[in-house]
Design a protein around this ligand. Structure first.
Ligand code: 0PR
Length: 383
């Protein structure tokens, strides 16, 4: 009901505190299955200071827009491009929709089709429905990466592009992007890489010596990449990233917004009014941590996931779905549903809806949390 009279601020806050007390918090260490994390203190400061900035009207917030473009520039560099074109957006969903939209608008297909791995995130279902693009699913191999031969066999004259995934949602698998890039070049098709999760992991993990395939703009077939600062980038929600190799992709999805303060401006994003503060936080975090800072975050996460996978392997009745490639470890158990239910009852933020339990080693996850979790898991299994 809409209140007739207002309440005191403290009373409002009290009520909110009570209502949200059932939420799990990242700080508690109980959230093991999420790709989000507790935002970095610097990012929190930036957000509270610049909450009013609106990138939907960049003529008002000229400085913030320039910072957004610098952030896009830094992300492009991280992904192997001297200069890229894109935006800081609301998340991986919007970024993926923008890529599909650009591919569709640039293609001349009567019945547009997009080829993507069976492991692709459900954001592509939204893109498909909104954009009238048919999804053509490519099979996975035994190692859960996409079967590149199957991708090639599904190319038709209606194909508008191909999607590869660098860090799948369920298992953190990195597809054979070099092979997909070759196919894309052979057939003159654009390749989109969904690195919503892996974008802030793979470059750093590789520099630590982990063997992972090339996945970014260094491969000539790659035309666009989704990379989410609100996952491993430690920026508050919402902060996604879409980067295109060439300006024509942005032009293909831009609409004129003629009456804004900046004169005739063009908008490529789905959202109109959108948070400048989060884009500034993306910029601030990259400036603050730098490559070496993020590498330390990733080092910890990768080491923890290797340790955790080793512990999982030692528990009878529990098995890894596959060796982890990134900082995601997914495992199955006997009586999975009952195990999930009991772990949740004990306060763990996990889910087994895909047929296994996914543990994402986000920066808030520490070894002592995992030890406690493993003890609970062993206990539940012996009941
Ligand atoms: N692409 C990939 C590979 C993803 O894993 C995700 C999100 C997206 C795109 C879409 O990103 P946005 O959610 O930012 O639009 N994957 C997470 C998942 O489904 C999203 C998530 C995050 C779910 C935190 C739960 C959670 O607690 O697991």
């Amino acid at each position: 009901m809409f209140p007739d009279e207002g309440m005191e601020e403290e009373a409002v806050l009290d009520e909110l505190r009570k209502k949200t007390s059932r939420d799990l918090t990242f700080n508690s260490g109980k959230i093991l299955g999420s790709m989000c994390t507790y935002p970095h203190p610097l990012a929190r400061r930036v957000l509270s200071e610049y909450l009013d900035r609106n990138l939907g009207d960049p003529g008002l917030h000229v400085g913030s827009q320039a910072v957004e473009m610098e952030a896009v520039g830094m992300l492009s560099n991280l992904l192997g491009l001297d200069k890229g074109y894109g935006n800081i957006v609301s998340g991986g969903t919007e970024a993926n929709i923008l890529a599909v939209r650009a591919f569709r608008n640039l293609a001349n297909a009567e019945k547009p089709e997009l080829i993507l791995p069976e492991s692709a995130h459900f954001s592509f279902l939204k893109a498909s429905e909104m954009l009238g693009v048919k999804l053509v699913w490519a099979k996975l191999k035994e190692d859960y990466s996409v079967d590149v031969g199957d991708v090639e066999s599904k190319i038709t004259e209606n194909t508008i592009g191909i999607v590869g995934i660098a860090g799948t949602t369920g298992l953190g698998v990195v597809d054979d992007i070099p092979a997909l890039s070759d196919i894309a070049l052979d057939y003159g098709l654009p390749l989109h890489v969904d690195a919503a999760f892996g974008g802030f992991v793979i470059p750093f993990a590789r520099s630590l010596g982990y063997e992972l395939p090339d996945f970014d703009f260094r491969l000539r077939g790659v035309r666009s990449i989704t990379i989410d600062p609100h996952k491993m980038g430690m920026v508050p929600i919402p902060a996604g990233g879409i980067i295109f190799r060439e300006k024509k992709f942005i032009e293909a999805i831009s609409v004129p917004a003629p009456y804004l303060a900046g004169g005739k401006v063009w908008q490529a994003t789905i959202t109109g009014t959108r948070p400048g503060a989060n884009a500034l936080a993306v910029w601030a975090m990259m400036k603050h941590l730098g490559f070496s800072g993020y590498r330390e975050v990733v080092r910890r996460a990768m080491e923890l996931s290797r340790w955790f996978a080793g512990e999982i392997r030692r528990i009878p009745g529990v098995y890894l779905i596959r060796e982890p490639m990134l900082n995601i470890v997914s495992f199955g158990t006997r009586n999975l549903e009952k195990v999930e239910e009991e772990l949740k009852r004990r306060g763990w933020g996990i889910s087994a809806h895909r047929g296994y339990i996914r543990v994402v080693m986000m920066p808030h996850v520490r070894r002592e949390h995992l030890e406690e979790f493993l003890n609970d898991l062993k206990d539940v299994l012996t009941r």
